[in-house]
Write a protein that binds this ligand. Structure first.
Ligand SMILES: [Ca+2]
Ligand SMILES: [Ca+2]
Length: 735
């Protein structure tokens, strides 16, 4: 398949992107996307439409004769949502059934849709085309096609104006199709009254006009790097290291942590010591681990965190996992991703391959971009210390970071999306303290380096394949798709899981991302649903959602399901964690199923200060006391997985924990809620991606209809006089 990109910009807030696709039969099809700032949509719509058509005009289409092919209603490129405008104001969905300003004989709303592969015969009028819409209750509403017009200079495209019937109320999404000459079109999604709800997409539905009947899903590659690129990166890094006189371990991974390149320079340290501020000997403090694994973790971390909309490094990661955010500033809450270092673990069952040591905050891991697109990461380890930067203000330039920056010359992240162009709560994130490293004067040998590609230089397959869920284009792993039902009576059905994930995806699609450029982009997240036993019932990853969220979303869901269950305290006790249960009991917490705990609540109980960030308070019941605390000695989260995590460094193990259902460990930053049916716990939903308050909002939207009774939510509980949280939403969350 051949692709070409068309991209035009109307102004700072409006973009149009198009993709030309030529399928195996040689047919040209076209898909386009609009990213509109809501405030500008009204004034931009006519320009946008013009641009859409201008963009399409470069395509040469065959003349269409009598209707023999299926008409196609045009959707957004990344979802099955129709390109649709209110016909007078040009406003986008959701559409009210009646208009505020009456222009015609009645006040019915007319919406404009666009179609291709549709050609009326001479003398035919709009009445030759019929249309209908189906809502979530399977009620079918006939829509009157009032007007069909050609689009100037676009003989292949038609605009259709349809009138909404008066009995169509605030039903949310409907699936709309047209019919002509006995042939019906694909169905596209239109929000009536509000966006969301509605039926699942039709089987095989894809964003249009693409391939209406796609072939079997084909795995995309996990990178666009080739062996020559990897060789170049290894050589540039090794040359810089040689110039500095610092032999190091150099690892290049693709976006999903498959190792593409490895070079242990002669004399490079074989091990590195985990060390930060915690008490030596506690947690992982003082542990000695293979340096190659540390380098891999650093490369994987940068790759996992980086997308087309944000580029993060291990320095960024180290900044968002400490006891205060920003690090070192008293009376500030913990980092927004507090605890993420213990995800994508080698003992887990979700992210395979793992990040080898979990995610890393040790500077010297940078993302790799090729032609502006995320392609993987580089990790450098060679100073014998695996740590996090405790002093963000001193502009230190460790040689691991310098060598990493040298290695990726020519493969840098676009400046706009670098972490240091992204602000969280008004705080600028760090990216790298090394910019524009000089080219070394000599080229070092990389004899003995390993470069791993398939025969003919084929890169590793992605674990993910394209899938549309709830009208939103994304990806799934065949391991967790199709969605399945939970076990036991009253359990979530596969249809429930589809509904929950669809609602979450639809919310994400309209939620403003926290850490994604350009500003005004919607959140891209991974959505996971588990049952009460922690069994994964479904995982859906929006297009370009950061890969770290794949493991984390499941961890978050499992955490909410576990701590809301009747046997949470007894399971912890049985697994040898009775001291944490005792701490919780002392705070009046039972974990016996009487209350519904979100991950925000569990995380709040798992901070070295209680309440979170308030210095000179005692630790939360699940946390290490601050005197002993470090990012490598956090408390229950690490203790649960420590034994099997360390064992997994030497080979495979069955699970990260001894507790059934916590196979990949727990997570302790926000983004999950437990799910209930008829007041009975049935599982949980976990979200991870573009901002933790966004994750909470998207989780809550997915849980709508499956929420716990308000009286048992964790925000009904006071600990030491402080109300626990349940969920927290961003202010003005939607686009
Ligand atoms: Ca290091
Ligand atoms: Ca520093």
């Amino acid at each position: 398949m051949k692709r070409a990109q068309i991209s035009k910009s109307v102004d700072g807030s409006t973009r149009l992107c198009g993709t030309l696709l030529r399928d195996s039969s040689g047919c040209l099809t076209f898909a386009f996307a609009m990213l509109l700032n809501a405030k500008s949509s009204l004034r931009a719509a006519p320009f946008l439409l013009t641009l859409v058509l201008l963009a399409i005009s470069s395509i040469r289409f065959q003349d269409v004769g009598a209707q023999t092919t299926r008409p196609t209603l045009i959707s957004n490129a990344d979802s099955t949502r129709a390109i649709a405008f209110e016909s007078v104001t040009r406003q986008r969905e959701p559409f009210n059934t009646t208009v505020q300003l009456k222009f015609g004989a009645d006040s019915a709303t007319r919406i404009m849709l666009f179609a291709m592969n549709l050609q009326l015969q001479p003398g035919e009028t709009a009445s030759a085309v019929t249309a209908d819409a189906e809502d979530a209750t399977h009620t079918i509403y006939p829509l009157t096609v009032e007007h069909i017009d050609s689009v100037p200079d676009q003989p292949w495209a038609l605009s259709l104006v349809v009138r909404l019937p008066s009995n169509l109320a605030d039903v949310g999404d409907v699936l709309v199709r047209i019919k002509y000459g006995g042939v019906q079109s694909n169905r596209v999604r239109v929000g009536i009254g509000h966006v969301g709800d509605g039926l699942p997409d039709d089987t095989g539905a894809v964003p249009t006009p693409g391939l209406i009947a796609p072939g079997p899903p084909t795995g995309a590659a996990a990178t666009n790097l080739n062996p020559t690129d990897v060789q170049t990166i290894l050589q540039q890094a090794a040359s810089a290291a040689t110039a500095l006189g610092k032999p190091v371990n150099i690892v290049v991974t693709d976006r999903e942590a498959n190792a593409l390149g490895f070079f242990a320079m002669p004399g490079a340290p074989a091990t590195t010591t985990v060390r930060s501020v915690g008490t030596l000997g506690q947690g992982l403090e003082g542990g000695v681990v293979p340096a190659a694994l540390a380098a891999t973790a650093k490369a994987a971390t940068a790759a996992f965190f980086s997308t087309t909309g944000n580029a993060f490094t291990t320095r960024t990661a180290g900044f968002i996992i400490q006891e205060h955010f920003p690090p070192g500033i008293s009376f500030r809450a913990g980092g927004p991703l507090y605890g993420v270092q213990f995800s994508s673990l080698p003992c887990g069952d979700i992210k395979i391959p793992s990040a080898r040591l979990g995610l890393s905050g040790d500077p010297g891991g940078l993302p790799i971009y090729k032609n502006g697109l995320p392609a993987g990461g580089i990790g450098i380890e060679g100073d014998g210390l695996y740590t996090v930067d405790r002093v963000p203000t001193d502009d230190d330039q460790p040689f691991e970071e310098l060598i990493a920056a040298s290695g990726i010359r020519g493969f840098e992240a676009p400046p706009l999306i670098r972490g240091d162009n992204i602000l969280v709560d008004g705080i600028r994130l760090p990216f790298s303290n090394v910019s524009n490293p000089p080219a070394p004067s000599t080229t070092a040998s990389i004899a003995g380096a390993t470069i791993s590609f398939g025969p003919g230089g084929v890169p590793p397959d992605s674990e993910f394949v394209p899938q549309v869920v709830g009208g939103i284009a994304g990806e799934v792993s065949p391991r967790f798709f199709p969605f399945i039902a939970g076990a036991g009576p009253n359990a979530l059905t596969a249809s429930d899981v589809n509904t929950i994930i669809s609602h979450a995806a639809q919310q994400a699609n309209i939620t403003r991302a926290a850490i994604r450029q350009p500003l005004g982009s919607n959140a891209r997240v991974t959505i996971a649903v588990v049952d009460t036993a922690g069994v994964v019932l479904g995982v859906f990853r929006q297009q370009d959602a950061p890969v770290f969220g794949y493991d984390v979303a499941v961890q978050k869901a499992r955490t909410a399901a576990f701590f809301s269950s009747a046997n949470a305290a007894s399971s912890l006790q049985a697994a040898g964690f009775g001291s944490y249960v005792a701490h919780a009991n002392a705070d009046g917490l039972r974990f016996d199923g009487a209350f519904a705990f979100s991950d925000r609540a569990i995380g709040f109980l798992h901070r070295p200060f209680f309440p979170d960030g308030i210095n000179d308070t005692a630790a939360g019941p699940f946390s290490t006391a601050i005197a002993d605390w470090s990012p490598f000695n956090v408390g229950l989260q690490l203790d649960l997985v420590k034994t099997n995590f360390l064992a997994s460094l030497g080979g495979p193990v069955a699970s990260c924990t001894a507790i059934p259902g916590l196979t990949n460990g727990i997570q302790i930053f926000p983004g999950s809620v437990p799910l209930y049916k008829n007041g009975v716990l049935v599982g949980a939903i976990g979200i991870s991606g573009d901002g933790v308050d966004q994750d909470d909002l998207i989780a809550a939207a997915g849980a709508n209809g499956f929420s716990p009774p308000a009286g048992i939510r964790s925000d009904q509980i006071f600990v030491r006089g402080v109300r626990l949280p349940f969920v927290k939403f961003p202010r003005s969350p939607n686009l």
